[in-house]
Ligand binder design. Structure first.
Ligand SMILES: [Zn+2]
Length: 73
């Protein structure tokens, strides 16, 4: 038994959510959509996680470029 959350998922671009977990409450988290200019992957979620997404992709793709350089022609 599982529920589909497509229709009324609070995770929609522009929504502002309060996010509560065991250790913290975070108020007024705006949901944003970002995508990676290198590979096109898209992220939808609060800004700090979006920042991690962008940072992670930047690091990853730079790492790929580094590997290419090492393999060099
Ligand atoms: Zn990427």
């Amino acid at each position: 038994m599982w529920e589909t959350e497509d229709m009324d998922s609070p995770l929609q671009e522009g929504n502002v959510l309060d996010i509560i977990d065991e250790s913290s409450v975070r108020l007024y988290n705006e949901i944003v959509r970002v995508h990676c200019f290198v590979c096109g992957e898209t992220f939808l979620g609060p800004k700090d996680k979006a920042g991690m997404f962008i940072f992670g992709h930047k690091k990853f793709h730079l790492w790929e470029i580094d590997l290419d350089d090492l393999g060099g022609v």
